[in-house]
Design a protein around this ligand. Structure first.
Ligand code: SAM
Length: 213
């Protein structure tokens, strides 16, 4: 993701409290209250410019979505999409997702999406990959029992690493595609990175995995 400083981004984000949520620690255990219903909550970590989650929220009004993105200069584009679409079932959080347990109670999230997560190719940076075992532990702590992670990437090395990480953690592999765009998977919603990399001829990998308990 190209990180270009955007003057005024923070202020603009803060001027839409119906879409961009701050004081997130106060929301812990009360996210459904914020949405005003008891629908499932699905979270995307590293939501980027928000194409995937905006389209998912439009297509699935019975699901509550939360997009988490660390950079204000990036999530500002997701806010623009959300203002345009005016969706009640999508909220954005401008923060680093490495402390999810501070923001969500145990069992509060039903599914986590990881799309085109940063690959951190050097071995010495493996712990930063969002599918490293310490992240899986954190996800398990905030997901419902047998909660799911849906993961897409064009990076073969990250995909291989992640499958091993899921497997070592004892997760169930419910779906794997080594070439999503040439598979029979229906209803795929493309992310910004997916559009970019598939147009360059990259193959897209996808899996759905589930915690055992
Ligand atoms: N998911 C989008 C897509 O597929 O088009 C963006 C992919 S981009 C390669 C990865 C994004 O994840 C970046 O915008 C980065 O800032 C964000 N990110 C990485 N680690 C994060 C974390 N721990 N918390 C929040 N955002 C994170």
């Amino acid at each position: 993701m190209r990180l270009r400083y955007k003057p005024g981004a923070k202020e603009r984000l803060m001027s839409y409290p119906q879409y961009v949520i701050y004081n997130v620690q106060e929301r812990k255990g009360k996210w459904q209250e914020l949405f005003g219903n008891d629908h499932e909550i699905h979270v995307e970590i590293g939501t980027g410019k928000g194409k995937f989650l905006t389209e998912m929220a439009k297509a699935n009004p019975h699901i509550n979505y939360i997009g988490i993105e660390a950079y204000d200069s990036v999530i500002i584009s997701a806010l623009d999409r959300l203002i345009e679409a005016d969706l009640p079932n999508l909220k954005l959080l401008n923060l680093n997702a490495n402390k999810l347990e501070d923001y969500f109670a145990s069992g509060e999230i039903s599914r986590i999406y990881l799309n085109f997560s940063d690959p951190w190719p050097k071995n010495k940076h493996a712990k930063r990959r969002l599918t490293y075992k310490s992240f899986l532990k954190m996800y398990e702590n905030v997901l419902v029992p047998q909660g799911e992670i849906h993961f897409k990437t064009d990076n073969q090395a990250l995909f291989e690493f992640s499958l091993v990480s899921f497997s070592h953690y004892g997760m169930k592999l419910n779906y794997i595609s080594l070439d999503l765009h040439n598979s029979d998977f229906e209803g795929n919603i493309m992310t910004e990175y997916e559009e970019k990399f598939s147009s360059m001829g990259h193959r897209i990998y996808r899996c759905e995995v589930q915690f055992p308990k």
